[in-house]
Design a protein. Structure first.
Length: 201
């Protein structure tokens, strides 16, 4: 059964957590560019390589984030959610992903056992979670909502462009700059789905 409260919870990083695997990675300046028709093709090629390498360990794989939303401006980074049986069982998938050039960047046991991998070329963020994870559900709800809501898609596009306006920003500052808009879109999604009760609308 879907835990609506977990799906609605916005994750807050605990500063006491040391979650970078190999130390803090180099800062990447965030760039938001016009939508590129090649992004779905890049995703499909990378997803196929992951499925071929991991085989039955892949329970689900999804193109998420703005590069999965036709027409919207985005960071030129393909975001992918990979679902495996147990993200904590790194022996079952890490070496296979490393064979494809992925590097394990983040390990967050308290955040649904999240693992984040980077691929340099093409630039990919690969998020590994377990089955029925509230975070992967959130990602798909947000993606699918923006695929069908032209108004919110434009609002989000504007927020992203404003988030990088005027100065070089890193990924943390970028997310902080657009956080309020993201939360407001999620609020509309959850309200549409009937997740709120009369006390917390």
């Amino acid at each position: 059964m879907i835990n609506q409260k977990e799906i609605m919870a916005h994750y807050i990083v605990d500063p006491q957590d040391s979650y970078f695997v190999h130390g803090t990675p180099p800062i990447e300046t965030v760039e938001v560019v016009a939508y590129n028709l090649s992004w779905p093709k890049i995703y499909a090629k990378v997803a196929l390589s992951i499925e071929n390498e991991l085989g039955s360990s892949v329970l689900k794989i999804d193109h998420i984030g703005s590069t999965a939303i036709p027409g919207i401006a985005a960071k030129p980074v393909i975001d992918i959610d990979l679902t495996v049986a147990d993200p904590a069982d790194e022996e079952s998938y890490v070496s296979a992903l490393e064979n494809l050039g992925f590097q394990l960047i983040v390990r967050e046991p308290r955040f649904h056992e999240h693992r984040l991998f980077h691929l340099a070329k093409p630039r990919v963020n690969l998020h590994v979670f377990g089955p029925d994870c509230p975070e992967t559900i959130r990602h798909l709800l947000f993606r699918d909502w923006l695929r069908q809501s032209e108004e919110d898609c434009q609002i989000y596009a504007n927020a992203k462009l404003e988030a990088v306006e005027g100065c070089n920003v890193d990924i943390e500052k970028y997310h902080e700059n657009k956080k309020n808009v993201v939360h407001e879109i999620y609020r509309r999604i959850f309200q549409y789905l009937g997740y709120f009760d009369s006390e917390n609308v």
